[in-house]
Design a protein around this ligand. Structure first.
Ligand SMILES: [Fe+2]
Length: 494
C-alpha cells in the first residue's frame, strides 16, 4: 500500500527536510520516494532537481518518477512492458508499444465504449497530476460547489459564436456540462477539438453553466531530457514512397539509393551515409490500389504485390548494416482504421532478402536508446480542416497532438478509428523523436525538447493534389544523429 507524506514527523533530519521541501511546495510525495532521495545524498539539491523537472507542480510524486529523474531519464507517465522486436539483426531496436499481435476489437458498441473509457481514464490520470487539478470534482457535483472548481471532461461539442465566445460541452462518467469560455480566457480553447480530454478551472454560473477561468491540456513536460545513443549512428526517414505510381520519383530515389550505398556525395556526405544504420518509412510505402476513384489511370504497377516487389528490389542493393523499418499508411495493404497492425506475412515474405522490421501505425520504439513515436499521420488532415491550420505546417499540428497527448482524438472525421479496448492513439510516453508523413511535405521543428519531423515523399504532384492546389516537397531526407540528437536534411531533388 502506498503511503503519502504531507506532514508526518520525520525520524531522520534529511527525511524531514525533504518532506518539508515538498510540503512547502504543496506536493505530496510517496514515502519510498523520500527514502530514495535521501539515499542519493545531497537531499535538498536532489529534491529541487525533481521538482524542477515538472512544467507545472504535480499533485503527487511517485518513486518511479524520482528514480527516472535522478537516474537522468525523462518522466514517463505510463510504462508498458516492452515487447521483443521481431527482427533486429545486428541492430538495437525495442518495440515499446504497438497494436501488432494485440488487436482484440470486434466492432461492438461495447468495444467503442471501452475505447473511450480507456482514453478518458489515461488522459484523466495525466491531467490529475497537475497542481491546478488537485481539487477536481465530478461534473455531477460541480454545479453545487461555490468558489473555484476544477473538472476534467471529454469534449463532446464546441460552439463558436461570431463574437468570439465559445461554449464547450464536456462529459465525464457522472454527468455532462456546458462550459462558457469568455473571449479573454480563450488561450488553448481556440484549438480545441471534439473528443479530446481537458481540465477546466472556473466557477459555477447561472443556469448550470460552468464559467471557465482556464483550460488545461495534458501536454508534455517542458524540460524533456534528451536520450541519445552511446555509439555513432544515423537514422534516415523516408515517408510516402508511393512506388507503383506514375508520379514516383525514380531518378531522385535512385540518387538517394546511390548515396546511402556510399556511391555518391562529397566526403562529408559519404561519411554520414556510411553511418546510416536505420531507414524508417512512416507509411504509404507503395501507391496501393483502389484508394481513390480512377486511381488505375495513375498506376505504373497495377498489382499491389508487384508494387511491394519493386520496393524490395530497390532495397536489395542497400549495405548489410542497414535495417529498414516499415510502417503501413492509408495506401498500404492493411486495414484502414487506426491503429493499423504491421504487414502480414504475404507482404513480409516479399522482403525476405532485406534486413527488415515491420511495425504498426502508430508505434513507439527505441532505437539504440532513442525513443521514437512513428505515426503515418492520417489525422493531420482532420486537425488541418477543423482548426484552419495549413497542412504545409504539419509540425504546428504535431505540437497540438502533443498538447492533447492524443494523435487522433476526433471520432467520425476522415480518419477511421478501430474500437480497440486500449486507445493506442493516446500519447502516453514522451518520445525523443516524433515523426509523421502523409501530407507530402518536409518539416523539422522542436517542441519542449521533442524533435518533430515530417518526412517528405518520393511522389511528384498528383492530379488530385493539383486540383487541391497542394504543392508537395519531395525527395528530401531528414537524418538524425543518434549520438547527439542533431537533425539535418539531405535534398535529392533535381
Ligand atoms: Fe501519401
Amino acid at each position: 500500500m502506498l503511503t503519502w507524506y504531507m506532514s508526518i514527523p520525520a525520524k531522520m533530519d534529511e527525511r524531514r527536510k525533504v518532506i518539508e521541501y515538498f510540503q512547502k511546495n504543496s506536493v505530496f510525495i510517496q514515502s519510498e520516494a523520500v527514502d530514495f532521495i535521501v539515499e542519493q545524498g545531497q537531499c535538498l539539491r536532489n529534491a529541487k532537481k525533481v521538482l524542477d523537472c515538472y512544467d507545472e507542480k504535480p499533485l503527487n510524486i511517485l518513486l518511479d518518477d524520482v528514480q527516472e529523474i535522478l537516474d537522468g531519464r525523462q518522466i514517463a507517465e505510463v510504462k508498458p512492458k516492452p515487447m521483443k522486436a521481431p527482427v533486429t539483426s545486428g541492430s538495437h531496436i525495442e518495440i515499446i508499444e504497438d497494436v501488432t499481435g494485440n488487436s482484440c476489437c470486434e466492432g461492438s458498441m461495447y468495444d467503442f465504449a471501452t475505447l473511450f473509457k480507456d482514453r478518458y481514464e489515461r488522459l484523466y490520470n495525466l491531467l490529475h497530476r497537475r497542481q491546478e487539478m488537485k481539487n477536481v470534482v465530478l461534473l455531477k457535483n460541480a454545479r453545487q460547489r461555490e468558489g473555484e472548481i476544477s473538472v476534467i471532461g471529454m469534449v463532446s461539442g464546441i460552439n463558436r459564436s461570431k463574437n468570439g465566445r465559445v461554449l464547450v460541452d464536456i462529459e465525464d462518467e457522472s454527468d455532462t456540462a456546458t462550459v462558457y469560455i469568455p473571449e479573454e480566457k480563450m488561450g488553448v480553447a481556440a484549438s480545441l477539438v471534439e473528443d479530446e480530454v481537458i481540465g477546466i478551472t472556473g466557477k459555477s454560473g447561472r443556469g448550470g453553466l460552468l464559467i471557465a477561468e482556464s483550460i488545461i491540456r495534458p501536454d508534455i513536460p517542458v524540460n524533456k531530457k534528451k536520450q541519445t545513443a552511446s555509439g555513432e549512428g544515423y537514422v534516415a526517414f523516408l515517408s510516402d514512397v508511393h512506388i507503383g505510381s506514375k508520379t514516383f520519383l525514380q531518378e531522385e530515389w535512385q540518387h538517394f539509393v546511390r548515396w546511402v550505398s556510399g556511391k555518391a556525395g562529397n566526403e562529408r556526405q559519404r561519411k554520414v551515409a556510411q553511418g546510416i544504420k536505420y531507414l524508417i518509412l512512416p507509411g504509404d510505402i507503395v501507391e496501393g490500389i483502389g484508394i481513390y476513384p480512377h486511381q488505375e489511370e495513375d498506376l505504373l504497377i497495377e498489382d499491389i504485390y508487384g508494387q511491394y516487389e519493386a520496393l524490395a528490389r530497390e532495397f536489395q542493393s542497400l549495405p548489410d548494416h542497414i535495417t529498414v523499418i516499415m510502417q503501413p499508411g492509408n495506401h498500404d495493404a492493411v486495414r484502414l482504421a487506426l491503429p493499423q497492425p504491421a504487414f502480414e506475412n504475404d507482404v513480409r515474405d516479399i522482403f525476405s532478402d532485406v534486413n527488415a522490421l515491420f511495425i504498426g501505425n502508430p508505434c513507439y520504439l527505441s532505437v539504440e536508446g532513442v525513443e521514437m513515436l512513428v505515426y503515418h499521420g492520417q489525422s493531420l488532415f482532420d486537425f488541418s480542416t477543423r482548426l484552419g491550420i495549413d497542412q504545409n505546417r504539419p509540425t504546428d499540428i504535431m505540437k497540438i497532438m502533443l498538447q492533447c497527448r492524443h494523435l487522433a482524438p476526433v471520432y467520425g472525421d476522415v480518419t477511421p478509428l478501430a474500437p480497440e479496448r486500449k486507445d493506442y492513439m493516446v500519447i502516453d510516453r514522451v518520445p525523443d523523436i516524433f515523426v509523421t508523413g502523409h501530407v507530402h511535405t518536409t518539416a523539422l521543428d522542436r517542441y519542449r525538447g521533442v524533435l518533430l519531423i515530417n518526412a517528405s515523399t518520393w511522389q511528384a504532384q498528383t492530379e488530385y493534389q493539383k486540383m487541391m492546389n497542394f504543392v508537395p516537397d519531395p525527395a528530401k531526407v531528414p537524418i538524425v544523429n543518434l549520438q547527439n540528437g542533431h537533425a539535418s536534411l539531405m535534398d535529392f531533388g533535381r
